[in-house]
Structure formats: C-alpha cells, structure tokens
Design a protein around this ligand. Sequence first.
Ligand SMILES: N[C@@H](CCC[C@H](N)C(=O)O)C(=O)O
Length: 321
Amino acid sequence: MNQPRRGQGPMLNFTKMHGLGNDFMVVDAISQPFRLRPEMIRELADRHFGIGFDQLLVVEPPGLPDVDFRYRIFNSDGSEVEQCGNGARCFARFVRDQRLTNKKVIRVQTAKGVIELRVGRAGMVTVDMGVPELNPPAIPFAADQRKDIYTVEVGGETVELSAISLGNPHGVLVVENVDTAPVGELGPRLENHPRFPARANIGFLQIVDRTHARLRVFERGSGETMACGSGACAAVVAGCLRGLLDSRVDVELTGGHLVIEWQGEGSPVMMEGPTASVFEGQLRLPGDPSPRRRRGARQGDTRPGQQRQQNRQRQTVTSKP
Ligand SMILES: N[C@@H](CCC[C@H](N)C(=O)O)C(=O)O
C-alpha cells in the first residue's frame, strides 16, 4: 500500500486555502505528526516546483488554559512569524471543516498573544486582532520617541511612514494612487531597513474617502501578496492616527475587500472578511537524510535544489500529537 520506502518520510495531509488571494497551505498537526525544515517550507511554497503559497499555517494543541488551539505561521521564505490576519480567518474555517471543533467563537494562541475568531455565515470570519502596539521598541522600530508619522531615509530619498505592530511589524506609507505606488522598489528596501530590526511588512495606503481605502502590501518574507489582513488593520490604524479615516473602513486590496474597525488607542482592531478552501491534498515528505549522507554529500550527489538546501541551516520544525 502506501508504505514509505527507505529514506522516505510519512504522508502529510494538507488543505490549500486563501483569504482574498493571500494563499495558504494548512496542516493539522494535532491528528498527524508534522516535521518540516525551513528549506522544505521554501520548496513547498515555490509556485513552479511546489504547492505554492504565501504562508504555511499549522494547527497545534494549545499550550494555555481557556484557549482552543495554537496557531503557528511560516512565511514562504521559511521564517516563523507572529501573526497572519487572513490566515486567522482560514484557520477558523479549517478547524471547523476538519471537525477539530464545533465552536463558533474560537480562541487561538499565537506567538504574540491570544486572538479570538468568530465564525459567521457563508465563510465569513471576524477576528479580534488585539490592541495595536505603537511603542517603537515593542514593534520593533528604531525611534527616540513614539510618533504617528516617522521620517525614514531609504535609498537616498526620504519617506514618511507610520510604524505599528499587530503582533507582527508594519510600516504604512500614504500614497496618491496604489496602482502607481513603488511597491516593488520601496517594499523590499523598507522591509529590510535597519530601523525595522525584525524586518517589516510594508503597506501602501490610498485614502479614497473617510470610510474607503485601497491598499497594497509588500509582505515580510513573502513579497507582495494579493491581500494582507494584519496589513489592512495596520493601515486603518495609521489612517486613523493621521486623522484621515473613520473608525470603520472598507479596505480594497488586490484580491478583494476587508472591513476593519478600530475605535482608537487602547481598543482592539476587528477584521471581517471571507475565507475559501481550494483543495485537499496529500504529500510524501522526504525522510531524514542519514548522518552519513549528511556528512558525505558532495555537489554531484544531489538532485537540483538539494545543494541549495544543504548549504542552509538545518533547523527542524516539528509538531507531534
Ligand atoms: N498575510 C498575512 C501576514 C503574514 C505574515 C507576514 N508576512 C509577516 O512576516 O509578518 C496577513 O494576512 O496578515
């Protein structure tokens, strides 16, 4: 039957999902053992040679009382991150579709605290994303004091941005028109700017009127995506702090619309939007290379792509029931 051969790992069940085109591979690590290295995540995320996704979402048992699940998030570059808003909505739909819970209000532990997911009708989910962090060291963002707008030097030019954490770090620039905004040029430079020591997601926000905005986001560790939920929350917080937006805003992203609500400092940000399940799949994971193979591997021993892997850190991401 489906017995693994020597050197092959176990089968892994996964679901491909998306929230407004921000796409995910979702893995239930409660019902099956799960073990992936960052280089494997990068290969699976590849849109030509792998499954293709912006983020990998992993469902684990909770480590805290009064919480239903633990939610782990990995960018397509293999880095583990603290928050993913579109992913949180898909997470809620996934745990119900897979019958891991029948609750409509689901409390989930992330690397930066507990978030609450409310399942609505027709695949809609509302997420309480928590209170935004504006204190520079906690974002983290290098600044002497907290401001609503910071001036940043990048590639010989000066830009103005707001710095906000929704559990993950964001820089938000207000632009005239998102269609012509320099997302591909400024995005990666600001993502890796020294003032964001943990890197950052960079949002380009166009104000349409006080209740409508357009947004493109160059995501840390994934590049520009069709939508970024935490980015939409950060953008509305930035727009409110600058006095440009009201407390409830329709945000148009490349992949569709989110409704974001923020009542001001000290209040949590609420995000409402759709979820979609695309297909379910199964893949055979490679087994661990034997210690001999790891020690003795030479360029000629490898398939294309493997040499790249061997040069990278061999950290292992594991999760077991
Ligand atoms: N797409 C996400 C954000 C995913 C994580 C982000 N790239 C980071 O590194 O912080 C969302 O919908 O929020």
